[in-house]
Write a protein that binds this ligand. Structure first.
Ligand code: ADP
Ligand code: AMP
Length: 214
């Protein structure tokens, strides 16, 4: 199964990705996670990506498309993958389609998680992520049992550098201008499943399973 998780920042893509990976046993490929790993490791790519991420802007396509093509050509993606945060604009989607058609495959489904703009900022600003296993929580909507400590592995939680109100607002605007048009792009291919993301996490996942099949 080859799927894409689409939706604005804070829609719940990462949260649902953890559930999807467990059920369907496909690799989770998040371009945001790849960039953050590079920033942490101090690589050239990380240094360049950080300039854009700190401003809530998209990292240029030249730095993004190649790394996704490399990643999905790896062995563990032979039977499927889930992209989270890629593509982010029409040019990236076109490059992905070209790559897949040359490889003789295609996308099966776009899981489009829809959440009203008014609740996105609160979702992102309250997001906390485990420093060790990457699990995602929310101070109010999905709190850990012990404040600041991951329920899954016991490590400390942290807040993403770009999860402040100003940068989140910019990221939402970038989503509306550059990423949302992908819904129309993939609707033409007839593969979009619209999911209401403004429901309990378990209910959102149940709707995704309905759309993807057991
Ligand atoms: P994305 O990957 O789309 O940016 P996340 O999955 O990281 O979004 O979710 C953003 C924040 O909202 C996280 O703190 C997460 O715990 C919380 N969240 C995710 N899904 C829901 C939901 N259905 N209801 C309330 N809060 C949610
Ligand atoms: P995310 O983790 O998906 O919220 O992404 C965090 C940030 O990483 C975004 O605001 C962008 O700056 C950058 N980013 C992630 N994926 C992409 C992409 N496909 N194209 C361009 N920039 C990206």
């Amino acid at each position: 199964m080859r799927i894409i998780l689409l939706g604005p920042p804070g829609a719940g893509k990462g949260t649902q990705a953890a559930n999807i990976v467990e059920k369907y046993a496909i690799p989770h490929i998040s371009t945001g996670d790849i960039f953050r790993k590079n920033i942490k490791e101090g690589t050239e790519l990380g240094k360049k990506a950080k300039e854009y991420m700190d401003q809530g802007l998209l990292v240029p396509d030249e730095l993004t498309c190649g790394l996704v093509a490399d990643r999905i050509s790896q062995d563990d993606c032979k039977n499927g993958f889930m992209l989270d945060g890629f593509p982010r604009n029409i040019a990236q989607a076109e490059q992905l389609d070209k790559y897949l058609s040359e490889a003789g495959t295609k996308l099966d489904k776009i899981v489009n998680i829809e959440v009203d703009k008014s609740i996105l900022v609160g979702r992102a600003v309250g997001r906390r992520i485990c420093k060790s296993c990457g699990a995602t929580f929310h101070v109010e909507f999905n709190p850990t049992k012990v404040e600041g400590i991951c329920d899954k592995c016991g490590a400390e939680l942290h807040q993403r550098a770009d999860d402040n109100e100003e940068t989140v607002s910019k990221r939402i605007q970038v989503y509306l201008d550059e990423t949302k048009p992908l819904v129309g792009y993939y609707n033409k291919q007839g593969i979009v499943a619209d999911i209401n993301g403004d429901q309990a996490i378990e209910k959102v996942f149940a709707d995704i399973v309905d759309a993807l099949g057991e």
